[in-house]
Design a protein around this ligand. Sequence first.
Ligand SMILES: Cc1cc2nc3c(=O)[nH]c(=O)nc-3n(C[C@H](O)[C@H](O)[C@H](O)COP(=O)(O)OP(=O)(O)OC[C@H]3O[C@@H](n4cnc5c(N)ncnc54)[C@H](O)[C@@H]3O)c2cc1C
Length: 478
Amino acid sequence: MKMSSNEYDAVIIGAGIGGLVCGCYLAKAGMKVLIAEQHNKPGGYCTSFKRGNFTFDAAPHCFGSYREGGMLRKIFSDIGIDKKLNVIRANPSDIIITPNYKINIWNNMEETIEDFSQHFPDYRDKIKQLFYLLVDTNPSSFSNFRNITFRDLLNYYLKNEILKEIIALPLLAIIGLPSSKISAFVGAKLYSEFLFDGGYYPAGGMQVLPDTLAMTFIKFGGELRLSCLVNKIIVKDNKVKGIILEKNEIIQSKYVISNCDARQTFLKLLGRKLITDDFYNKLISMIPSMSNFILYLGLDKNFQTSLKTGSAHYFFNHYSSEFAYKFVKKGDFKKYGGFAFRVSHDKSSIYAGMPAPFKNKIFWGNNKYHVMNAFIDRIEKYIMPDLSKHIIYKDAATPYTMYRYTLNYRGAAYGWLSVPSQLIIPEFKKPPFIKNLYMVGHWTTYGIGISGAAYVGYDTAKLISKNNDRQNNKNLII
Ligand SMILES: Cc1cc2nc3c(=O)[nH]c(=O)nc-3n(C[C@H](O)[C@H](O)[C@H](O)COP(=O)(O)OP(=O)(O)OC[C@H]3O[C@@H](n4cnc5c(N)ncnc54)[C@H](O)[C@@H]3O)c2cc1C
């Protein structure tokens, strides 16, 4: 073992959005903070990569909650990156395409209500009531939604099955659950913070976001170590003391904050012996969210499309999220009958994806190219007839790729599965049995992507800061 001469106030394991945001707040408040990231770039899932002249977003392709007064806007303005980022917004942000309907989600709620109502005029008032309820930030809406599914909510307002399915399909495409399974709270949050207030994109690609956060963290005095895998969290007398890196380097720290997945944090980095039986049983009974199969296509200069560039499209050739869920869980993408895609703002590339079950490296090694080519065929058949003539680069990421780059358990895209029974488990954010250990990111509660991970980063930094104040009688104000 090699003891580092540096001792930190806080060490963060992982430079995902949650870890970076938490690091920025703590470093800004004057703490000595280290972020240790196993990958060679910051961002976790939120990264981009280059192939030739193309830049592809690896996983997230936009973010939400960035309206004036929105949660992410507040966080970015607190740490001063709102002025550094050039955030563009697609309008419509999202487009739902089914056999008989094409419905836009506009930047303006009234326009969205109008779009839905033109197709379903008998439901105009109900659509309006439902959509305004989804964006209601009153805490009572949380208690009302806590134990019910999104389907229960839709049933309460609407009778038309097709309309209910059209509202549910984007959620299926995003987190891989039908309305009968997804928590009403998460469904409402996805609508309010990702669809009705979505489509935001940092000019230059998604990597610009974590890069800007990382630079800001360093400017606040933080230290970021890339290609730096953490192997162990050191605990003495039920209190964290630091971490052990690859090559047995010991880093001492008062607080340890894990941005990596909960199973890795508690079972590998901490170890079973240090976890209470109740917590262990809870942890192993929890179900992760679905992973994704993502297609990256680089296109030639002659590619033309009437589709709106920059907007997320959700295509389905049917109206049954239940049916689709049954098949996509098994990896039967043809019967799933849908996919999400986005033509880049400059029309040079296409990002397309589907929820996908986790399978091992061998399975995907044997099946990746077959699934990728069948996926291209379906896009060509339903949406872009000449697509393959314009493809000059193609590749895909499987659920195994998602796992490999971020070490997220089973390549889960949004942390835990967003069902009512897994909604809020406070112990994941602050495990009560180990002092000064915290978690940030999408494994702490429910997953609503980048804005959710950023919020937990902010909230955890606030908790640590308060705790530190109490212990030091010092004023670290966040
Ligand atoms: C295909 C796909 C598409 C998505 N699309 C969107 C979208 O459009 N918009 C949106 O808002 N959200 C989207 N999401 C969800 C969103 O990307 C995530 O919820 C969010 O980025 C999670 O951030 P996080 O901070 O929790 O951590 P993660 O991104 O999971 O990062 C964790 C970090 O910890 C590091 N790490 C893990 N173990 C260790 C270790 N032992 N030592 C050191 N480092 C370690 C990892 O390398 C990683 O960098 C998508 C996700 C996927 C997979």
